[in-house]
Design a binder for this molecule. Structure first.
Ligand SMILES: Nc1ncnc2c1ncn2[C@@H]1O[C@H](COP(=O)(O)OP(=O)(O)O)[C@@H](O)[C@H]1O
Ligand SMILES: [Mg+2]
Length: 510
């Protein structure tokens, strides 16, 4: 026995599922069904007599609607997907058929009936898939490594570029698993492998790309981006990789540029502050020296029998000596600010200049500290000789101060050096490469912690007790060396010693 379907049942079923509307020939709404109200959020009263365009979204260009009207004017059915706007502003997609209804009298179009179905979810999935595919396509275009893995992470197939990327040969890789290439995170979790394994579970067939690091055979850390997929029937993972070292490198460079800029701004404001203090201090010191000279003259004029005469003169000499030390400090501050001191750079023949400095320092550095020199001849730079003295003397004094053991050693070397692998200046953090004159001072003293190295060039940074250090020596040195187009590299091992390499552009002897 078969149940017969009544017209009413059929209409009910259509009404439940289809979005139905009717308009007059000008597009004004004359009817909408409940489903239309449900989905659009409008009620019948709000829409009756209104143009159908009230629910238009901005998803379609105006040609879309003019073509639709042209079709309808030709008295043909229009069929297509259309995106409308709900009362609350959200969009919804309808797969619509618009049918012109003709008059029984003259056969002309009287009204239009639109019957549609909600396809919002289908459209969303389509869009997501499109985006995914685009992502996948662009990944494929720049991929430079791929491999196929079994369920334990063993390599089944390996793309040629994977060997360059990892540094291992095919034979070596065949004995390894992907886990052997991982850089384990601090909590020792196997990140890459865990993430890749997840692709076999759940609905996601393609793993969203992620960034991680590989251990290259030579020990280098290789930053990569990975995308993976799991093939269920054959039970293997297909993994695509691309080398992102360059991008990472650029990110680091950019970060460093910001840091350098910040540092320069800090130095500039400190410079201005220092210059101000130094000027004021200079004025005060001039009057101290002036009045002290007057007191000394007055003391000189006292009769010799006066018991206080000698004491007055002695005190005036002490004030004079202290004032001289203060004046030297002001000089250093002003040098740091580069406002007062005019320097005259000349081409210096370094070997004899450094020998002179060595001779001078030998007299000053205690005998328990040996000084070794290795100085190559005929090396020239363009610098003010006094400034070079100031820099090297400070490096020697710093080295002496860092040596606490009974047997110390300081070495001074001079040679031409070619910096091949890019190194960074410890003061300005720029990458240095090329040919330089290298003057190096090495000690076997206390050494410096890595985090301190970035601070020792800051003006007024000192770890010495009051009266022993000004904290200006290295900051002045850095200013002079950089102005001359050079850089400084500091390498240090705690409790073993420190090397300061001054790198300067070589000059021809003219
Ligand atoms: N050879 C070195 N070994 C260890 N620490 C050093 C060395 N040279 C410099 N330093 C550190 O750098 C700081 C700054 O040096 P500097 O600018 O010359 O100022 P100062 O010598 O007046 O303290 C020193 O106080 C010291 O902490
Ligand atoms: Mg010093």
């Amino acid at each position: 026995m078969t149940a017969s379907l009544s017209i009413d049942d059929l209409l009910d079923a259509i009404n439940e599922t289809a979005i139905i509307s009717e308009t007059d020939i000008n597009g004004k709404i004359t009817f909408i069904n409940d489903k239309f109200c449900d989905i659009s959020g409008f009620d019948l009263k709000e829409l009756l007599g209104k143009p159908h365009s009230i629910i238009r979204s901005e998803m379609h260009p105006s040609e879309f609607f003019s073509q639709m009207w042209e079709t309808l004017k030709r008295e043909e059915n229009w069929h297509g997907d259309i995106c409308n706007r709900k009362k609350n502003g959200e969009f919804y997609w309808v797969n619509n058929t618009i049918i012109p209804i003709f008059s029984n009298n003259d056969g002309k179009t009287m009204r239009y009936v639109a019957v549609g179905f909600d396809i919002t979810d289908k459209k969303r999935i389509e869009r997501e898939l499109q985006l995914r595919n685009k992502e996948f396509d662009s990944f494929l275009a720049t991929t430079n490594g791929f491999c196929k893995l079994n369920l334990d992470g063993h390599f089944l197939d390996i793309g040629d570029s994977f060997y360059t990327m990892t540094g291992y040969s095919e034979k070596e890789l065949r004995k390894m698993t992907l886990i052997d290439l991982e850089v384990l995170s601090s909590d020792k979790t196997k990140n890459i492998w865990m993430k890749i394994q997840k692709t076999s579970k759940g609905a996601k067939k393609i793993l969203k790309s992620f960034e991680t690091d590989f251990k290259h055979k030579d020990g280098k850390i290789q930053p990569i981006e990975i995308i993976a997929t799991y093939n269920h029937p054959s039970q293997h993972y297909f993994v695509l990789m691309r080398d992102i070292s360059e991008r990472k490198h650029k990110e680091i460079e950019q970060n460093n540029t910001y840091k350098q800029l910040h540092h320069l701004q800090k130095l500039e404001s400190l410079g201005r502050l220092t210059a101000g203090i130094a000027h004021d201090f200079n004025n005060i010191l001039s009057s101290v020296i002036g009045f002290n000279d007057l007191s000394k003259l007055a003391a000189d004029d006292l009769p010799d029998e006066n018991a206080l005469k000698e004491e007055f003169i002695y005190n005036a000499m002490q004030i004079e000596n202290a004032s001289k030390r203060a004046a030297t400090l002001i000089d250093q501050m002003l040098t740091y600010c580069r406002q007062e001191v005019e320097t005259s750079a000349t081409v210096l023949d370094l070997k004899p200049v450094l020998e002179k400095i060595y001779g001078m320092m030998r007299g000053v550095i205690p005998k328990n500290i040996a000084i070794k020199t290795t100085l190559s001849p005929d090396i020239f730079i363009n610098l003010d000789e006094t400034e070079l003295y100031q820099i090297i003397v400070n490096l020697f004094v710093n080295a002496r101060d860092a040596i606490e053991k009974p047997q110390g050693e300081i070495s001074l070397s001079l040679n031409l050096s070619n910096i091949v692998s890019a190194q960074r200046c410890s003061a300005c953090e720029k990458v240095i490469q090329g040919d330089f004159v290298e003057i190096a001072v090495t000690d076997n003293g206390s050494g410096l912690k890595a985090e301190k190295i970035s601070r020792i060039f800051d003006p007024f940074f000192t770890t010495k007790e009051v009266g022993k250090g000004t904290g200006l020596g290295l900051s002045v040195a850095s200013g002079i060396i950089h102005k001359a187009g050079g850089h400084i590299i500091v390498s240090s091992i705690l409790n073993q010693g420190t090397t300061f390499q001054l790198l300067l552009p070589p000059q021809k002897n003219s």
